[in-house]
Design a binder for this molecule. Structure first.
Ligand code: PEP
Ligand code: CO
Length: 449
C-alpha cells in the first residue's frame, strides 16, 4: 500500500513554519474539536476527487476548460438556500456559454462549501487607536470589531464543517435533481440577454445556443437524459487552516493514498506558498488536485521548485497554476513563466485569476475592482498563451449570484458612489451575477473569433 511521498505524514507539516494560523487561546479546546473532526464523515470521497483530476488533465491539453468561482470568503450567516442556489445558477449559466463557445466540456469548481478561512496582511487591525486581532474568516473568529468577537474560537472549525456539509448537500440535490438542466439554464441566459443593456451584442450567441439545444431535442436527445438533465459541481477552497485540513485527511481504502476530504480541490495562497513552509509540506502529500497562486513578484526558480515538489511525477491534472498578476503586469511577467514550464514539459492547468492583483480603494473607501481591468487581465492572459503556444486552461473568479455592488463597471456601469448600495462582502469584492455572465459572454466572443 502506498502511503505518501518520502517522510510525509498528515502531521509532518508541524515540523515546518506555518504562516497565517490563528493564535488559539485554549489548546485543549482545539484538540477536542480536531478529534471530533477526524472521526466525522469526509465531506467528499476519493473517487470524486480522482474524477476531478481526470477532468483537469483534459484542461492541460485544451480538451476541457476550468471554471472556478465563488465568494472570496464564505460567511456562516450567508449559508442559505437562495444564496447557494444563485451562485450555482450563475456558474451553470456561464458554463453553458463557455461550453458552446469553446466546443469543449467546462469543469465547474466552486469556491464554496469550505472557503471559510482567510489569510491577512497583518495579525492585528487598528481602528481609531484600538488594536484587535485581525478577522481571519468565520472558521476562526467573527468580523465584528470587538475584543470578544475577534478571539479565535476552535468551535467555529466544527461549525465550518457543518456549514460545508449542508452546502454540499443542497448542491448535490440541485445538480442531480434537474435544477441545472440545460434547457432551464439556457432559459436563464436568454432572460439575462434580454435584460442587459448590452443585450444585442450577446443576442446572437444566445440564439445559437438555443438553436443547438432545439436541434438535439429534434433528433431525439430527450430532456431527461443525464447529460442534459444533470450536472456536477466540484468544491474547492484555500487550504489555509492546517489543523482543520489535517483532521479532514483520510486514507483511501482502495488505493492506500491520502486525500484531504474537506474539498475536491485545494489551493495554496500567494502568502503561504513558501518552499520550506508547512502548507507546501502538507499539500505535497495529499492526492487531491492542487492550485498554486502565483503573483506578479514571483521568483522563477522558486516556482520551478514548487512545481517539482508538488507534482514530482508530472501527473496531468494534479497541478493548476492560478496566475493573479494584475492587468498591467501580465504581458511582462507571464511569458517567462510559460516558457520555462513549457521547456520543462510540465503538465499544468493554466488558470487566470483576474481579481486579486486588480484591487484598489474607491473614493468612497470601498475595496473594489473594475470590470474592465478584470477583462483586460483575462484578454491578455488568453493572448499571451496563444502567442507562446501554451494553453489557457481556465478562469478563477470571485463572484456571487446576488445583485451586489462590489466591483465597478460592467454593462450597468456601477460607479464609485453606487458601491455602498449593496456592498456585502466581508473580504474581497465580487462580480455580481450580471457582471459574471458578461465575463462569460466576452470570453466566448474572444475564443470564437
Ligand atoms: C483569495 O483567493 O481570496 C486570495 C487570498 O488570493 P491570493 O492568495 O492569490 O492573494
Ligand atoms: Co479574495
Amino acid at each position: 500500500m502506498s502511503t505518501g511521498p518520502d517522510n510525509w505524514t498528515k502531521s509532518s507539516w508541524k515540523k515546518f513554519t506555518a504562516l497565517q494560523q490563528p493564535n488559539w487561546p485554549d489548546q485543549d479546546a482545539v484538540d477536542k474539536v480536531l478529534t471530533d473532526l477526524s472521526t466525522l464523515p469526509p465531506l467528499v470521497f476519493a473517487g470524486e476527487i480522482r474524477s476531478l483530476k481526470e477532468l483537469l488533465a483534459k484542461a492541460v491539453t485544451g480538451d476541457a476548460f476550468l471554471l472556478q468561482g465563488g465568494d472570496c470568503s464564505e460567511n456562516f450567516s450567508h449559508v442559505t438556500a437562495p444564496n447557494i442556489r444563485e451562485t450555482l445558477k450563475v456558474l451553470l449559466q456561464m458554463a453553458v456559454v463557455l461550453t458552446y463557445a469553446g466546443g469543449k466540456p467546462v469543469v465547474k469548481v466552486g469556491r464554496i462549501a469550505g472557503q471559510f478561512a482567510k489569510p491577512r496582511s497583518a495579525d492585528m487591525e487598528t481602528i481609531d487607536g484600538i488594536e484587535l486581532p485581525s478577522y481571519r474568516g468565520d472558521m476562526v473568529n467573527c468580523a465584528e470589531f470587538t475584543p470578544e468577537s475577534r478571539v479565535p474560537n476552535p468551535k467555529y472549525m466544527l461549525k465550518g464543517y457543518n456549514m460545508a456539509a449542508s452546502t454540499l448537500n443542497l448542491l448535490r440535490a440541485f445538480t442531480r435533481g434537474g435544477f441545472g438542466s440545460l434547457q432551464r439554464v439556457q432559459a436563464w441566459n436568454q432572460e439575462f440577454v434580454a435584460g442587459s443593456p448590452l443585450g444585442r451584442s450577446y443576442d446572437r450567441l444566445g440564439k445559437q445556443i438555443s438553436q443547438a439545444i432545439r436541434f438535439m431535442e429534434t433528433i431525439g436527445i430527450s430532456a431527461d437524459t443525464p447529460q442534459i438533465n444533470q450536472t456536477q459541481l466540484f468544491t474547492s477552497h484555500e487550504a489555509l487552516l492546517l489543523q482543520y485540513e489535517e483532521a479532514m485527511t483520510r486514507q483511501d481504502h482502495i488505493t492506500g493514498d491520502w486525500y484531504d476530504c474537506s474539498a475536491h480541490m485545494l489551493w495554496i495562497g500567494e502568502r503561504t506558498r513558501q518552499l520550506d513552509g508547512a502548507h507546501v509540506e502538507f499539500l505535497r502529500g495529499v492526492h487531491n488536485p492542487l492550485g498554486l497562486k502565483i503573483g506578479p513578484n514571483y521568483d522563477l526558480d522558486d516556482v520551478k521548485r514548487l512545481v517539482e515538489k508538488l507534482n514530482p511525477h508530472n501527473e496531468a491534472g494534479r497541478l493548476t497554476i492560478i496566475t493573479r498578476l494584475g492587468m498591467k503586469n501580465v504581458e511582462k511577467v507571464l511569458p517567462p513563466l510559460l516558457r520555462e514550464m513549457k521547456r520543462e514539459g510540465q503538465n499544468i492547468v493554466w488558470n487566470c485569476d483576474p481579481m486579486h492583483a486588480n484591487t484598489y480603494t474607491a473614493k468612497t473607501g470601498h475595496k473594489t475592482r473594475n470590470f474592465n481591468d478584470i477583462l483586460s487581465e483575462i484578454t491578455c492572459f488568453f493572448e499571451t498563451h496563444w502567442s507562446e503556444g501554451t494553453i489557457p486552461g481556465g478562469i478563477h473568479l470571485e463572484m456571487t449570484g446576488n445583485n451586489v455592488t462590489e466591483c465597478t463597471g460592467g454593462a450597468h456601469n456601477i460607479n464609485d458612489e453606487q458601491l455602498s448600495s449593496n456592498y456585502l462582502t466581508s473580504c474581497d469584492p465580487r462580480l455580481n451575477a450580471e457582471q459574471s455572465l458578461e465575463v462569460a459572454f466576452q470570453i466566448a466572443d474572444m475564443i470564437r473569433s
